[in-house]
Design a protein around this ligand. Structure first.
Ligand SMILES: NC(=O)C1=CN([C@@H]2O[C@H](COP(=O)(O)OP(=O)(O)OC[C@H]3O[C@@H](n4cnc5c(N)ncnc54)[C@H](O)[C@@H]3O)[C@@H](O)[C@H]2O)C=CC1
Ligand SMILES: O=C(O)[C@@H]1CCC=N1
Length: 265
C-alpha cells in the first residue's frame, strides 16, 4: 500500500480523482499530503499550501505539464535518494523528469483517467529504473484504481494515454453526439442524454460481463437487412468511425510529442 509518507503536488481534477479512488478502495491515506496553492480541502488527505519541509517516500506530481520548469527547481531538493517521483504529467518523458529530479530514487510515469475515482480507471505505467519491490508496490496502489497497465516503453505508454487517458472525453463526445441526433429527431434533451448514457454504460457492462467482442456484439444487434445495419453502414464507410479515431490518436501523439520536446528544453 502507500508508503508512510507521500505528497501529491498539484492535486486538481486528476489528482483529486485518484485520491477519491483510493478513499473508495479503503486505502490508508493518513500519510498523504496534497500540496495545493489554493488550499482547497480534499477529503481524506491533509492539504498544504506550500511545499512542506523534508522528503517524502513517494512524491506524486499532478500539476499542468507546462509548469514543470517553474515548479521542479523548488521541489527537487525534496526529492532525495529515498524518494520515488511518480508523475501523471502528459508528455513529460522519464528522461526529462530525471533531469528535473536528478536525485530521485526512481521515476515512475503514470497516465491515469478520470474513472479511477470509481475504481474503474485505466492507468498506464512506465519506469526504466523501478526495481521489482517498487513495481509490486506501484502495482498494488495503482491497481486499487482499476486496470494498471505496465508499458514496455514510452511509445506504448503514449498509446494507452491516447485511448485511456483522454478516452473518457472522446466517449463523452460520442454519447453527446448520439443524444444530439436523438434531439434532432424530437426527443427532449433530458431524455436523450439519459438514454445515450444508459446505452453506453449498459453496453459496456454487458460486454465486460459476457466477454463478448465488439464485432460480435454489433453483429448480435444488427439483424441482416434491418435498421441497425443501415446505421452501421454510415459508421463503417471509408470516412467513418475507424479513420476518424485514427486521426484522433494521431493528433494526440503529435501534441504529446510537442509537449515532450518542450519538457526536454
Ligand atoms: N484531466 C485528466 O483527465 C488527466 C490529466 N492528466 C495530467 O494531470 C495533470 C493535471 O491535470 P488536471 O488535474 O486536469 O488539471 P487541474 O488544473 O485540475 O490540476 C492541476 C492542479 O495543480 C495545482 N497547482 C498549480 N500550481 C501549483 C503549484 N505551484 N504547486 C502545486 N500545485 C499547483 C492547481 O491548483 C490544480 O489543483 C496534467 O499534467 C495532465 O497532463 C493525466 C491524465 C488524465
Ligand atoms: O489532455 C491532456 O493533456 C491530459 C492527458 C490525458 C488527459 N488529459
Amino acid at each position: 500500500m502507500l508508503p508512510p509518507t507521500s505528497w501529491f503536488v498539484g492535486c486538481g481534477n486528476m489528482g483529486g480523482a485518484m485520491v477519491a479512488g483510493w478513499r473508495k478502495a479503503g486505502i490508508d491515506l493518513s500519510g498523504m499530503t496534497a500540496v495545493s496553492p489554493s488550499g482547497r480541502e480534499i477529503e481524506g488527505v491533509s492539504v498544504a499550501t506550500a511545499i512542506p519541509d523534508g522528503q517524502p517516500d513517494w512524491c506524486f506530481i499532478g500539476f499542468k505539464p507546462q509548469m514543470l520548469a517553474d515548479i521542479a527547481p523548488g521541489l527537487a531538493s525534496h526529492v532525495g535518494p529515498g524518494t520515488v517521483l511518480l508523475s501523471i504529467l502528459a508528455g513529460a518523458e522519464a528522461q526529462s523528469l530525471r533531469s528535473a529530479f536528478p536525485d530521485a530514487k526512481a521515476i515512475v510515469r503514470l497516465m491515469p483517467n478520470l474513472p479511477v475515482s470509481e475504481g474503474e480507471g485505466v492507468t498506464a505505467i512506465y519506469s526504466d529504473d523501478a526495481d521489482e519491490t517498487l513495481r509490486a508496490q506501484v502495482d498494488e496502489v495503482i491497481g486499487a484504481l482499476g486496470l494498471a497497465a505496465w508499458c514496455p516503453d514510452e511509445s506504448a505508454f503514449d498509446v494507452i494515454g491516447a485511448i485511456a487517458g483522454s478516452g473518457p472525453a472522446y466517449l463523452a463526445r460520442f454519447v453527446d453526439a448520439l443524444s444530439s441526433a436523438a434531439q434532432d429527431e424530437g426527443l427532449s434533451a433530458e431524455l436523450a442524454d439519459a438514454i445515450a448514457l444508459q446505452v453506453a454504460g449498459g453496453s459496456a457492462l454487458m460486454a465486460r460481463a459476457t466477454g463478448e467482442t465488439m464485432p460480435a456484439l454489433a453483429k448480435r444487434v444488427a439483424s441482416p437487412g434491418g435498421t441497425t445495419e443501415a446505421g452501421l453502414k454510415v459508421l463503417d464507410a471509408e470516412d467513418g468511425m475507424e479513420p476518424l479515431m485514427r486521426r484522433v490518436v494521431k493528433a494526440w501523439r503529435k501534441r504529446s510529442e510537442e509537449m515532450a520536446a518542450a519538457a526536454r528544453d
